[in-house]
Design a protein around this ligand. Structure first.
Ligand SMILES: Cc1ncc(COP(=O)(O)O)c(C=O)c1O
Length: 410
């Protein structure tokens, strides 16, 4: 048994696919402490710098003082405390849906929801670059699973036609993300909504990297595109731009009631700590305020600066699914409608990506190498994320360091 794992670990190391935890001995911020060194952090999804914001901290502390730490039971037994319900009604209002349901994580939200919506004989159509939580949930549901190439509307349409022919009368669920987590690009939601309507399918949109970032008051892509009513299941997480923890589903009252009755990750798990729900509520309230919107616009200033500097280095964003090293900068567009806070620099080779990440670390930057199985084999990358809390000069020094490395590689 022991030997088995030794061999498996050796195989991982030989393929440059082994992973290790790194201890961060400070709070989340643009500058963090690792192994006694201060590093500039370009790896966090804390896009609005809320993870250590005093509003969230104080909301959590107040809730701990009032409700204690643990929820004590699952939501359906006696774990539903006032902060959970307050958060759910604020989420529904913020997203413009009838109702919302709070899960212990985004992963749990996906895992509970998809198997509650579809079962054996139904069909799930999933974008190839969807997050592991959505893939795992689709597999768990037992439904027939068809993957369409990333953002490929033609293929999605032909899958829908096939479903109509071969599985007439069965439920069809299209699953995609508004911002893809490892590529930073967007789904063509408007066109997908047209298809889902034409073929009478359901649409689930994971807004994990869009909420807090896109749309008025960070309400996400569905709201930004005025498609909120057409997206049947709006999923998101409170653990990225919202700086707290937990996942949510926003949807119709009936769908939420169905999830309360059928989503196993919701039913068979202790309710999330009420203090975390209170902190997430503080984040939603902040985003809904003028100050929150100002913070979001500051994030966009940082996104534009980083994009401009990366473009000038000719190492910008591009078609990451094609596995080309260092994509053409011309593919970048400089307006808010096509961007996000995620900038992948595709390297290709796993070891080369690790070497680049290590070289950046020596220069004082934390930019992780993302490898298989998070992304496809041979499409390893550096994933740079920028936040509203980064100062302009921090972004500039990162780009200087990348430039140096890029010149060395030429
Ligand atoms: C696209 C996407 N969906 C879902 C999740 C899961 O969210 P959580 O971290 O809250 O479990 C993540 C992040 O981990 C993600 O990137």
């Amino acid at each position: 048994m022991q030997d088995l794992f030794v061999k498996q670990l050796e195989a991982l190391r030989a393929a440059s696919l082994d992973r290790h935890l790194r201890e961060i001995s400070s709070s989340q911020a643009p500058e963090i402490e690792i192994e006694g060194r201060r590093l500039l952090n370009f790896s966090s999804n804390d896009y609005l710098g809320l993870a250590n914001d005093s509003r969230l901290r104080n909301a959590a502390i107040d809730a701990i003082n009032e409700f204690g730490v643990g929820a004590g039971a699952s939501r359906l037994i006696s774990g539903t405390q006032s902060p959970h319900l307050r958060l759910e009604s604020a989420l529904a209002k913020w997203k413009g849906t009838d109702a919302a349901l709070y899960f212990s994580s985004g992963y749990a939200a996906a895992l509970g929801t998809i198997p509650a919506l579809v079962t054996k004989d139904d069909v799930v159509l999933l974008d190839k670059l969807c997050h592991a939580s959505l893939i795992d949930a689709a597999k768990l549901s037992g439904a027939i699973l068809r993957i369409f190439p990333h953002n490929n509307l033609k293929k999605l349409e032909s899958h829908l036609e096939w479903t109509g022919r071969e599985h007439a009368g069965k439920r069809v669920l299209i699953v995609t993300e508004s911002i893809f987590s490892m590529d930073g690009d967007r789904a063509p939601v408007r066109e997908i909504v047209e298809l889902k309507k034409r073929f009478d399918a359901l649409l689930m949109l994971d807004e994990a990297h869009a909420v807090g970032v896109i749309g008025p008051h960070g309400r996400g892509l569905a709201v930004a595109e005025k498609l909120s009513d057409d997206v049947d299941v709006q999923m998101g997480t409170l653990s990225k731009a919202l700086g707290a923890s937990g996942g949510y589903i926003c949807a119709s009252q009936n769908l939420i009631e169905w999830l309360i009755n059928r989503a196993r990750s919701f039913i068979y798990s202790t309710a999330p700590p009420p203090a975390i729900a209170a902190a997430a509520l503080a984040a939603v309230n902040f985003l809904s305020s003028t100050e929150g919107e100002k913070r979001r616009l500051q994030l966009w200033e940082r996104i534009r600066l980083l994009r401009k500097l990366l473009l000038s280095l000719n190492v910008g964003r591009g078609d990451t699914s094609s596995e080309r090293p260092m994509p053409d900068a011309e593919r970048l567009t400089l307006n808010e409608n096509s961007g996000s806070a995620i900038f992948p620099l595709i390297v290709g080779d796993e070891q080369a990506a690790l070497d680049l990440a290590a070289a950046l670390k020596r220069e004082g930057f934390l930019v992780p190498a993302i490898r298989y199985p998070t992304v496809a084999r041979g499409s390893a990358r550096l994933r740079i994320t920028v936040t509203s809390s980064h100062e302009e000069n921090q972004i500039r020094t990162l780009c200087e360091a990348i430039k140096k490395m890029n010149n060395r590689a030429k």
